[in-house]
Structures are given as structure tokens and as C-alpha cells.
Design a protein around this ligand. Structure first.
Ligand SMILES: *[C@@H]1O[C@H](CO)[C@@H](O)[C@H](O)[C@H]1NC(C)=O
Ligand SMILES: *[C@@H]1O[C@H](CO)[C@@H](O)[C@H](O)[C@H]1NC(C)=O
Ligand SMILES: *[C@@H]1O[C@H](CO)[C@@H](O)[C@H](O)[C@H]1NC(C)=O
Ligand SMILES: *[C@@H]1O[C@H](CO)[C@@H](O)[C@H](O)[C@H]1NC(C)=O
Ligand SMILES: *[C@@H]1O[C@H](CO)[C@@H](O)[C@H](O)[C@H]1NC(C)=O
Ligand SMILES: *[C@@H]1O[C@H](CO)[C@@H](O)[C@H](O)[C@H]1NC(C)=O
Ligand SMILES: *[C@@H]1O[C@H](CO)[C@@H](O)[C@H](O)[C@H]1NC(C)=O
Length: 312
């Protein structure tokens, strides 16, 4: 693994077989479909059974919009309506949360030319008084997802959209998922998600209900890698991280066994601190005359010495 900056800490979990069944419910989840009329609330997303409710009780201002008609069939229901903020420079959602709780917080933005202006908005997203991200929808094909892991300091969480120029801020979805307090610990504030890959050629995104914490896992495979998978259950001793079976059951190996597997990414600034969480299980048998053994190296520094993953 190679990155453009220092990796502070890597959690490496070695996995083996069988695991207890986790209960699957949406306790503590807050799942808002921004712009949804109150009389259509709540509804269940047909793909993942997440129960979406209208944002009407969580925000004072704003108007509701619909994405362009011919785009509606391309996107799931939560992304077909939105709330936009023509008035005021700062508009805030006020969410009832549990104080001192570790939340995974996700905001989704799909422009969909709702205003007929074909003008991708740019604005700032804040978590309470602190900047979370500069949103520039033109950079990203007009759909943006931001995710952060944040510990609440009171029982109200404000998510604010702030005007930075002439464009009108807008938002499609807000999702909060409580996590165990000690998961994804950080030394300095909240953790913004860079990416969460799982290694497969299936092209399939995994989230709730397969992931009980509703993390979104993006399928990823480089051309020089060979995918592998198992139908066995993979045990997870990770104490609450609970990676889903669908994610643990697939993996990748370098096609040429003497090559490293290298993952590279960019950072916003040179001083960003990065945390890595890596899950490894040996799901494919090696021949008796061979051994699978490797180290994890970040910017030429060895983080985990050569070792063999546990066989499933
Ligand atoms: C929506 O999902 C919730 C939670 O899974 C369930 O209790 C409820 O019956 C579902 N409602 C509909 C209309 O399917
Ligand atoms: C959604 O819930 C229904 C009823 O509980 C169930 O039959 C269906 O399989 C669920 N769908 C998904 C994607 O989990
Ligand atoms: C948030 O909590 C306050 C105080 O308990 C309550 O009055 C209000 O109705 C709650 N808001 C929502 C949207 O649940
Ligand atoms: C598992 O591997 C088989 C054989 O390569 C492939 O056909 C199948 O699509 C893979 N399944 C998953 C879930 O990746
Ligand atoms: C995997 O675990 C599930 C749930 O505990 C069980 O139903 C299934 O039989 C297991 N599969 C294998 C191959 O052990
Ligand atoms: C595998 O990589 C090694 C070292 O880079 C190289 O010498 C060898 O030719 C490669 N093998 C194949 C089949 O490409
Ligand atoms: C292990 O044995 C197989 C089959 O005999 C052979 O193709 C392979 O090259 C051997 N591997 C090593 C590292 O010697």
C-alpha cells in the first residue's frame, strides 16, 4: 500500500471462520429524504428497506424541488426530490441525537438540473460551527456523497448549508448511524471518509442490511489483480467493526505473485492525517508447497511485518 502522506495508524484484523448472527434493525438511525412531502413520509427504500422520513420537521427554511423528469428513472426515490435554499446565507438542519455518541453521518446531494438552469451548485457544508466540506457538484457528475464519523457533544446536531457565491445550496439525503463509542477512534476530531473499498469484480455496492452499521462498501479491483471468493462464513473477531460477510467473502491477489498490491490516493492537504482499517482473511487455499506471507507497507515504512493470514 502506498499513499501520498503519512498513515497514522492502521487497524489490521485477521479473520477466521464462523460468526454469530447479528440482529438487523434500524435502531437509532435517522434517515431523511430531503424535500419529501410530509404526506408521503415514511416509506421504505425497495432496495435496502431503509425507512426514509421527510425532513420537514428538522429544518425551518428552504423549498422542495424535483430532479429533471427524464432523470427520475435513473435514480432511486430518495434522490428524486431535494430541498434547496434560495433565502439566507446559512440554513441548518437541527437533529435530535444522543449526546456523546459516535455517529456515522452521511449527506447526499444530487443536482439533477432541478432548477432547469444546468448550473451545478457550489456551497459549503458545516457540522455545527465547523466546516465539513466544500461542495462543488460540477466536479463529480452532479452527485456528491460526504461521510464523516463524529462524536456528538450535545443532544442537538446541526448540519448547515452555507452559500459561498451565487449558487443555491441544495441537499437530497441525510443519514445518521450510531456506532459503538470506541470504533474508529481518532486523536484529533472527526474522521472524514476517503474511501471504503472491498475487493471484487462483482461491481456491486454493499450497505444495509448486509452491513448492520450501514457503511457503504465500494467494489474495487485493479487490472493487475485476480479476484477470489468463498461461500464459507468468515469469522469476525474485530469487536464491533462487523464487516459484512458479503465483503469478507471476496478478495484479491496480485496476478503475478511476486508483485506488490499497491493502492494510492490523494489528500486535500499535505498535513492531513489518515487512518487505515484493513481486514484480511485467507479465503483461497495455497498449494502445500507454497506459503502466503506478506507485509503491509505505507510510504516505505513497514506497519505490519510479514505474516500469514488465518485460513478460512
Ligand atoms: C418498513 O420497514 C420497517 C422496518 O423494517 C417495517 O417495520 C415496516 O413494516 C416496513 N413498512 C412497509 C410499508 O413495508
Ligand atoms: C425487505 O423486507 C421485506 C419484509 O420484511 C423482506 O421480504 C425483503 O427481503 C427485504 N428486502 C431486503 C433487500 O432486505
Ligand atoms: C427534538 O427534541 C425536542 C425536545 O425533546 C422535541 O420537542 C422535538 O419535537 C424533537 N424534534 C423532532 C423532530 O423529533
Ligand atoms: C466467485 O468466483 C466465481 C468464479 O470465479 C465467480 O463466477 C463468481 O461470480 C464470484 N462471486 C462473487 C460474489 O464474487
Ligand atoms: C453461514 O452462517 C449462516 C448464518 O449463521 C448459516 O445459516 C449458514 O449455514 C452458514 N454457512 C456456512 C457455509 O457455514
Ligand atoms: C512477475 O514479476 C516478476 C518481478 O517483477 C517478473 O520477473 C516476472 O517476469 C513476472 N512474471 C510474469 C508472468 O509476468
Ligand atoms: C508447487 O507445486 C506446483 C505443482 O507441482 C508447481 O506448479 C509450483 O510451481 C510449485 N510452487 C513452488 C513455489 O515451487
Amino acid at each position: 500500500m502506498k499513499i501520498h502522506n503519512k498513515l497514522l495508524f492502521a487497524a489490521c484484523v485477521i479473520l477466521s471462520i464462523t460468526r454469530h448472527v447479528q440482529s438487523q434493525n434500524q435502531q437509532g438511525f435517522i434517515t431523511l429524504d430531503c424535500g419529501l412531502p410530509s404526506n408521503e413520509s415514511p416509506y421504505n427504500d425497495t432496495k435496502n428497506n431503509l425507512t426514509f422520513i421527510s425532513d420537514a420537521n428538522f429544518i425551518q427554511g428552504g423549498k422542495t424541488g424535483n430532479i429533471q423528469k427524464d432523470l427520475v428513472i435513473k435514480f432511486r426515490k430518495p434522490y428524486t426530490v431535494l430541498r434547496y435554499f434560495p433565502d439566507g446565507s446559512r440554513n441548518c438542519y437541527s437533529l435530535n441525537v444522543t449526546q456523546d455518541t459516535n455517529y456515522l453521518i452521511r449527506a447526499g446531494f444530487l443536482y439533477g438540473n432541478y432548477d432547469g438552469l444546468n448550473n451545478s451548485p457550489r456551497f459549503d457544508l458545516y457540522l455545527g460551527p465547523n466546516i465539513w466540506e466544500n461542495i462543488d457538484m460540477g466536479k463529480s457528475g452532479d452527485a456528491v456523497f460526504e461521510e464523516i464519523i463524529h462524536i456528538t457533544r450535545s443532544n442537538i446536531l446541526e448540519i448547515c448549508l452555507v452559500k459561498t457565491g451565487t449558487s443555491t445550496p441544495m441537499i437530497s439525503t441525510i443519514e445518521l448511524r450510531p456506532l459503538r463509542y470506541d470504533l474508529y477512534p481518532s486523536q484529533t476530531g472527526s474522521l472524514r471518509n476517503l474511501f471504503r473499498y472491498y475487493f471484487t469484480n462483482s461491481g456491486k455496492f454493499v450497505r444495509y442490511p448486509q452491513d448492520i452499521h450501514d457503511r457503504i462498501w465500494i467494489p474495487y479491483l485493479l487490472p493487475e489483480w485476480t479476484p477470489t471468493n468463498t461461500t464459507l462464513n468468515v469469522t469476525d473477531p474485530s469487536e464491533g467493526y462487523d464487516p459484512p460477510q458479503e465483503v469478507l467473502r471476496t478478495g484479491a491477489m496480485p496476478t503475478n505473485v511476486s508483485d506488490p498490491m499497491t493502492i494510492t490516493w490523494d489528500l486535500n492537504t499535505a498535513t492531513d492525517q489518515v487512518y487505515g482499517y484493513i481486514y484480511i482473511a485467507d479465503i483461497t487455499q495455497v498449494p502445500a508447497n507454497e506459503t502466503r506471507e506478506f507485509a503491509i507497507v505505507v510510504n516505505d515504512k513497514v506497519h505490519f511485518d510479514p505474516s500469514s493470514p488465518t485460513e478460512v
